[in-house]
Design a protein around this ligand. Structure first.
Ligand code: UDP
Ligand code: MG
Length: 324
């Protein structure tokens, strides 16, 4: 067995003043329990990433950091979204630890799964995915849309682990490889499998949010899904090509038919068919343009090479930490 590894728990927080006071204690208890068992080093930390919250989240993080050395925090210069917040935390942690576990701050992910994740790491896995074994705590709507989302993603060619969100262990080694992925359009759960290495899964029960409310309304979920598909797969463009070919074939038959009709004098009426054809094809063309536009937009954002996160404060740089 290797020496006890340094574990960093990476916790993105966006407007979570209600839930942080409850869950921060649970994170620390878990960390101390693992340290006590000798599974992880005493250098292990809980690293909060404030994602440009508008409420007292950062003040709470600063207070926690002063209260116990196992708490650390970084703050993003503004809200950049969950994926970028996790990335900022992982990249910051990578310099100081052997393993990271990313976890939501709302207490929905079962902390006890970390024990097994760490065991699996010692058994040679560089990535361990936390997979939900149930969705009882979700509404029927959330469950249906989320499960449909995973199925659609895989169908469209973006390989993802079914029912795995962003609760996972990643080793320093895998993170170093991942830092070579420089894309701006982040969809971590599709990108990490691309990094490769030996991986494993841990099943856990997902529970209710302990306080506060979700920051993932349907609109954000749809955006995440579109980002996921368009940044991992070109299948939609291929569909267009195949569809275009099919339409060309049908049109060819249509042309033959119209020429034939012309010579046999059946061409008096025809308004309905023309309107139908025009409507159908203008719709199809707009859809095709839209899908291509999605990719062009992605390219536009990627070529800019803008930073993917900007950290404005760290709890361990005391002088730069402005509270309140
Ligand atoms: N989150 C974030 N930035 C955002 C939205 C969410 O860092 O712009 C964090 C949030 O604080 C939480 C995690 O991402 O720790 C998951 O969000 P949430 O619980 O609201 O989503 P749900 O579990 O309902 O899908
Ligand atoms: Mg949640």
């Amino acid at each position: 067995m290797k020496d006890a590894a340094i574990l960093y728990l990476v916790v993105p927080c966006y407007n979570e003043e209600e839930v942080l006071p409850i869950t921060s204690g649970l994170f620390l208890d878990k960390l101390k329990q693992l340290i006590g068992q000798g599974k992880i080093s005493d250098q292990s930390r809980v690293l909060f990433v404030n994602d440009g919250s508008g409420d007292a989240t950062w003040e709470i993080i600063c207070r926690l950091a002063r209260s116990d050395q196992h708490y650390l925090g970084i703050s993003q210069s503004r809200n950049r979204g969950h994926q970028n917040a996790v990335l900022a935390g992982l990249m910051e942690a990578k310099e100081r630890c052997d393993i990271t576990v990313s976890i939501d701050c709302d207490g929905q992910d079962d902390l006890n799964a970390i024990d097994e994740m760490v065991d699996l790491y010692y058994r040679g896995n560089e990535v361990v995915y936390g997979v939900r074994s149930n969705r009882d705590s979700d509404t029927l709507f959330k469950r249906a849309t989320a499960e449909g989302f995973y199925k659609l993603m895989n169908l469209l060619g973006a390989e993802t682990v079914f029912n795995h969100a962003d609760y996972r262990l990643i080793s320093k080694k895998a993170l170093e490889a991942f830092s070579e992925f420089t894309e701006v359009n982040l969809f971590l759960r599709g990108l990490i499998p691309l990094v490769g290495f030996q991986s494993a899964k841990v099943y856990y029960k997902r529970s209710e949010r302990m306080a506060g409310e979700s920051h993932y309304p349907l609109s954000k979920m749809v955006k995440l899904a579109v980002d996921g598909v368009t940044s991992l797969s070109v299948k939609p463009i291929r569909f267009i090509t195949v569809f275009g070919l099919l339409v060309s074939l049908i049109s060819f038959v249509g042309i033959l038919w119209s020429v034939f009709s012309h010579f046999f004098g059946y061409t008096v009426t025809g308004w309905t068919s023309i309107i139908c054809v025009v409507c159908f094809f203008s719709g199809a063309q707009l859809l095709a343009l839209g899908i291509i536009g999605e990719y062009v937009g992605k390219i536009y954002l990627e070529v800019k090479r803008r930073p993917r996160y900007i950290i404005s404060a760290r709890t361990w740089d005391e002088e730069e930490t402005h509270e309140g």
